[in-house]
Ligand binder design. Structure first.
Ligand SMILES: C[S@@+](CC[C@H](N)C(=O)[O-])C[C@H]1O[C@@H](n2cnc3c(N)ncnc32)[C@H](O)[C@@H]1O
Length: 232
């Protein structure tokens, strides 16, 4: 059975036409994109690397990595999001190979093919995140890096990511996130270990509602990113 939730995919398909509008529901992704891109680039040296972006959506991160000189493949199971991503390439003139395929199917097709795999803000939308992590591990070359990001699961993340972002600040549509699917860093680390990925770094991403700015730091209680290395 395919590791995807049709309701989750529908949510992103319904909004896909607004993906590149920085004032839309995707504003948070636009706002965090430079930060995460710099962090990935600083650690992976994107120029000249073969990179896979899992759950690429409309292509914000994929295009950013392509602009830094990576040869990027982006995969997603929302046809609508991929359509928007492909259309945007016509505007930007960048080059990304977008494919409608699951991480698990691509892992069976081309294991060990990528220098770097990214899977950001996607794991909390799939029924079996461990399976996605295992597929990412299979897709990266031994010694290559897999970058993951998701939402922590605790009362604070419920308050900030669901009540705060969806209901009070209305930064995201109501129902964007299902708290039960949030993933504790210890759980994600366990999935990584089972997939032969060594956790090299965990870093938090915090939002200051007063300055309306995001920053990277030690606070992993709400949003966090993991840098992992595939055991050789
Ligand atoms: C919050 S968006 C994140 C997009 C992008 N990774 C980013 O951070 O800018 C989540 C994306 O995951 C995709 N997605 C959800 N379930 C998926 C699955 N099982 N396989 C591939 N993509 C999936 C959705 O279609 C959507 O584009």
């Amino acid at each position: 059975m395919i590791n995807a939730d049709p309701n989750e995919l529908q949510k992103f398909s319904d909004l896909a036409h607004r993906w590149w509008d920085p004032k839309s529901e995707f504003k948070p992704l636009h706002d965090i994109n430079p930060l995460r891109l710099d962090w990935i680039d600083a650690n992976a040296g994107l120029a000249g690397k073969k990179v896979l972006d899992v759950g690429c959506g409309g292509g914000l991160l994929s295009e950013g990595m392509a602009e830094r000189g990576a040869q990027v493949t982006g995969i997603d199971l929302s046809e609508k999001a991929l359509g928007v991503a492909r259309l945007h390439l016509l505007e930007s003139g960048r080059s990304v190979d977008y494919r409608h395929i699951s991480a698990e199917s691509l892992a069976a097709e081309m294991p060990g093919s990528f220098d770097v795999v990214t899977c950001l803000e996607m794991l909390e939308h799939v029924p079996d995140p461990a399976s996605t992590v295992a597929a990412c591990a299979k897709l990266v070359k031994p010694g290559g890096q897999v970058f993951l990001s998701t939402l922590n699961r605790n009362p604070k993340s419920y308050l900030l990511a669901v009540i705060g972002a969806e209901y009070l600040l209305q930064m995201l549509p109501k129902g964007t996130h299902d708290y039960a699917k949030f993933i504790k860093p210890s759980e994600l680390a366990r999935h990584c270990k089972a997939a032969d990925l060594e956790v090299a770094e965990i870093i938090g991403m915090t939002y200051n509602p007063f300055t309306q700015r995001y920053s990277l730091g030690r606070d992993t209680s709400v949003n966090y990113l993991l840098r992992t290395v595939r055991n050789a």
